[in-house]
Design a binder for this molecule. Structure first.
Ligand code: SF4
Length: 262
């Protein structure tokens, strides 16, 4: 793992994601190395950079945030193209130092990292906070294949339960749903049941987004033939509708709100 430091020129960038005015990404790159991640496509990373093998630490972000606080109004999304609680955060405390500057803001954190619990003291002080935990499957082996650097789903659910119990508004991001991997009624149902039991307020769900670098990594991981069948189904309207209806039904049965991602 190559970890380097980088000086950021701005603290946040404007965000077009629904409900967010700003995006704050303490790192460039992500050790969770999810096979379906389309951040490398958004960041225009080259083919030569193996996703998950290098992380840049934007160490000066807390200073930039402290200086620019007055200008940053409106909701801030933490971790829109990286995970703010990936393993390196355990050493750098960078996300924690950024959050200390944001206690008077509206913050939305999305993560797979259970080390978020380390920062409960600060999270509870943030004026307006919601935390989304991504869970694509409750099956540990499938999660290991899809998200090799991320904590197992059980740990994520435990973190979610703790956050909910502490009065923090939480939701689960169930996505992407990938044909033949995590699209069965049983698999979707297990995630939704676990989310409900852990106190999540809603489920946000999404389909697989087939950006060029995602295709490449999936072909490498699953082999050309299996990957091309996945790609075909992932773009098939009937398959997508079937999956989304299943999720809505399961959410309704569990008493949860289901919300399609942007
Ligand atoms: S945790 Fe998020 S940012 Fe990190 S690799 Fe996975 S999908 Fe990408």
């Amino acid at each position: 793992m190559k970890i380097t430091e980088k000086k950021a020129s701005t603290a946040c960038s404007p965000s077009k994601l629904p409900g967010l005015d700003w995006a704050l990404n303490p790192y460039r790159g992500c050790q969770h190395a999810c096979v379906y991640c389309y951040s490398p496509d958004i960041l225009h990373l080259g083919k030569e950079e193996e996703w998950g093998s290098a992380v840049e630490v934007k160490k000066n972000l807390p200073v930039l945030l402290a200086k620019g606080k007055k200008k940053i109004t409106g909701p801030i999304g933490l971790g829109t193209v990286t995970d703010p609680y990936q393993p390196v955060e355990d050493e750098t405390f960078l996300t924690r130092f950024c959050l200390e500057q944001l206690v008077s803001s509206s913050v939305c954190i999305q993560t797979k990292g259970d080390i978020i619990l380390r920062d409960l003291d600060i999270l509870k002080r943030i004026k307006n906070l919601e935390v989304g935990i991504t869970i694509t499957t409750m099956d540990q082996e499938t999660a290991r294949i899809l998200e090799p650097g991320a904590p197992p789903p059980e740990n994520r659910i435990k973190a979610l339960a703790k956050l909910s119990k502490e009065g923090i508004r939480t939701w689960v991001f169930l996505g992407p749903v990938i044909p033949g991997i995590n699209d069965s009624y049983d698999s979707l149902g297990k995630v939704i049941k676990a989310a409900k039991e852990a106190g999540a307020g809603k489920i946000i769900y999404d389909k697989l987004r087939l950006k060029p670098l995602v295709r490449q990594r999936m072909e490498k991981k699953f082999g050309l033939s299996k990957a091309s069948k996945m790609f075909q189904l992932a773009e098939d309207r009937e398959w997508v509708e079937r999956v989304f209806i299943d999720i809505e039904v399961l959410c309704d049965d569990a008493g949860l709100v289901g919300e399609k991602a942007f």
